[in-house]
Ligand binder design. Structure first.
Ligand SMILES: NC(=O)c1ccc[n+]([C@@H]2O[C@H](COP(=O)([O-])OP(=O)(O)OC[C@H]3O[C@@H](n4cnc5c(N)ncnc54)[C@H](O)[C@@H]3O)[C@@H](O)[C@H]2O)c1
Length: 257
């Protein structure tokens, strides 16, 4: 079960955290994995790790916020592989702030990576999926489902990803393309460590513990736990699932009362 033999999977942001865990797992399950990232060193680490374990991974340096770059990267992958079967829109960036103290520049930056990045990857990939079907999986967040303090721009982007998920699922159902999303609560990745170092210097451990405790289950998720759900949703075993969002949150959205 959950085998991806013969499939080509494109994972954005595969150089770190959740994307890295997905690249390792998808490759272990037989997929040829293409990692798209702006961080060459992280992505090459992931690629080498996959290949060291007998998997098959490639890296293409590309910023998902640049439509031209995404189009030519997808064209390159299709010319190497013939098709793309799985697209995981995972790359994303965080931001702290409310509607008053979020700058227009930060708002635009979040929009350009977290929202337009998904648009660019989907619009470039879908024409090559249409003839034989495929799977698109988007990474959103509990920020798309509940109000989180000081996540104005971030929540805006993740709400948009949820909306795009439904729209894509509807439009491409007739082409046998399934589209779903995953909404994690906090996952312990460099995303969280970087955010703590930037926003709570000197208080990182205290804030880490506080953030961990906001999940009723009492800890953050491990990237591998998200990757397992992603694998299921991208596998043929999930062939009846489209247009759905899956919170994976240690009880965060339903049990925090
Ligand atoms: N970690 C969490 O607590 C958490 C919770 C909910 C949702 N998410 C979402 O999961 C996804 C992955 O998060 P993570 O924690 O693994 O993050 P991470 O920061 O560890 O990894 C993100 C990767 O995306 C890459 N990236 C950033 N901007 C890019 C761009 N413009 N083009 C290409 N690559 C780019 C980074 O270089 C990095 O390798 C994000 O969309 C994030 O919003 C994370």
């Amino acid at each position: 079960m959950f085998k991806l033999n013969g499939k080509t999977a494109l994972i954005t942001g595969g150089g770190s955290g959740i994307g890295k865990a997905m690249a390792l797992l998808f490759a272990a399950q037989g997929a040829k994995v293409y990692i798209i990232d702006i961080d060459s060193s992280g992505a090459l680490d992931t690629m080498n790790l996959v290949n060291l374990h007998g998997g098959n991974a490639h890296f293409k340096k590309c910023s998902i916020s640049d439509q031209q770059q995404v189009n030519s990267t997808v064209d390159e992958i299709v010319s190497e592989r013939g098709s793309i079967d799985i697209l995981v829109n995972n790359a994303g960036i965080s931001h702290i702030g409310n509607a008053e103290n979020t700058s227009t520049e930060d708002f635009d930056r979040l929009l350009s990576v977290n929202v337009k990045g998904v648009f660019h990857a989907v619009s470039a990939t879908v024409p090559f999926m249409k003839n034989k079907g495929g799977v698109i999986l988007n990474m959103t967040s509990v920020a798309s489902l509940v109000g989180l303090p000081d996540r104005f721009a971030y929540s805006m982007t993740k709400g948009a990803v949820l909306g795009m998920t439904l729209s894509i699922a509807k439009d491409y159902l007739k082409y046998n393309i399934r589209c779903n999303s995953i909404s994690p609560a906090r996952v312990h990745t460099p995303f969280v460590d970087g955010f703590l170092a930037k926003n709570y210097p000197g208080n990182e451990q205290e804030m880490f513990n506080k953030l961990a405790a906001t999940q009723p289950i009492g800890r953050m998720a491990k990237p591998e736990e998200i990757a397992h759900l992603a694998l299921y949703l991208c596998s043929d075993e999930a062939s009846f699932i489209t247009g759905s969002d899956y919170p994976i949150d240690g009880g965060f959205t339903r049990l925090n009362n």
